[in-house]
Write a protein of this length. Structure first.
Length: 320
């Protein structure tokens, strides 16, 4: 299926501006690109409360942000943004996070994990897990009251990668119970020769070259890329992990590895809800108020979360 009209029009307008491909940019230039895209998203919905917080780790602190919707809060969503572990800032995803909070009725901990190349692998993974532990230890502070609510992890692209890593670490370390993992076109394997990686029609805002650029900044050593903390698909045991929502985009270099991860989870006995969004490209989920696919993607993920939290055991926080 071809790109949908909205996406094709958006890409045509972006092309009119000229400029470098992402993999030809400096890190500073690439970070400026996400800041520019932020101006297109508009203002998100009103929420009850926003609080800037600080997560301490053995190697240093990093900031995060709590976004609490109005009304009853039924859970905590720990959200990791995308950007190849190199680009992206909390303000770049403010509109999306507000929409997530309002639609899911969850307080969102928006994690501003430290990024490469200043902080290479495994810093982002370590920060992601530290944020989960912080959320579990501060549930009442995050929600503004309720403490016996489920904790969910989620993210897009590199954030989906971190969500998958955190879910497995929590299982192996006897960490906080995770009610669900939301994996939006996640990075799951450092393999640049998969069919969707080399397909010409997938070389769009995210291309094979740009993924190589991201990996070279985040985990330049081959042995690090083979670690399941960098490539979750390479984990030898995916059993006993939280139920997962996996979303992929048809025109995305990451499509194959995301779908392979969904299949691997299912084969390990994990409850998986999966959908490939036809006619969409990588990044569609975060382009709220720009691409109609963003609202469709958010609604799909939120509806799956609704069903999970409605189950008798979906809201329990204790256990692992």
């Amino acid at each position: 299926m071809a790109l949908d009209n909205a996406t094709a029009t958006f890409l045509a307008k972006m092309a009119e501006g000229g400029g470098k491909a992402l993999h030809e940019m400096t890190v500073g230039e690439a970070r400026g690109l996400t800041a520019h895209l932020r101006t297109l998203y508009g203002k998100g919905p009103e929420v009850d409360r926003i609080e800037e917080v600080r997560v301490e780790t053995a190697t240093g602190p990093f900031p995060s942000r709590v976004v609490v919707p109005r009304g009853e809060v039924r859970g905590v969503l720990v959200w990791y943004h995308g950007g190849g572990w190199v680009i992206g800032a909390m303000d770049d995803f403010d509109t999306l996070v507000r929409k997530l909070a309002v639609r899911t009725k969850c307080a969102v901990l928006q994690v501003d994990y430290r990024m490469a190349p200043e902080h290479r692998f495994p810093t982002a993974a370590d920060d992601a897990y530290a944020a989960l532990e912080w959320a579990a230890a501060n549930v009442g502070r995050v929600t503004g009251g309720p403490t016996n609510v489920p904790i969910v992890v989620g993210g897009d692209s590199a954030g989906g990668n971190l969500s998958a890593v955190v879910a497995r670490r929590a299982r192996d370390r006897g960490g906080p119970r995770i009610a669900m993992q939301l994996l939006v076109y996640p990075v799951t394997d450092a393999d640049f020769e998969r069919p969707t990686y080399v397909a010409k029609e997938n070389q769009l805002m995210l291309s094979r070259d740009s993924m190589v650029w991201f990996w070279d900044h985040y985990a330049p050593r081959k042995q690090d890329r083979l670690s399941p903390d960098a490539s979750p698909l390479r984990a030898t045991d995916l059993s006993r992990l939280p139920p997962a929502v996996v979303v992929t985009a048809e025109h995305d270099v990451l499509r194959d590895e995301g779908e392979d991860y969904a299949k691997a989870l299912e084969a390990a006995g994990v409850d998986v809800t999966f959908k490939r969004f036809e006619g969409q490209m990588h990044g569609f989920f975060t382009m709220v108020n720009v691409l109609p696919g963003a609202d469709a993607g958010l609604e799909y993920v939120a509806s799956a979360l609704d069903r999970q939290l409605a189950k008798p055991n979906g809201s329990a926080r204790s256990g692992s």
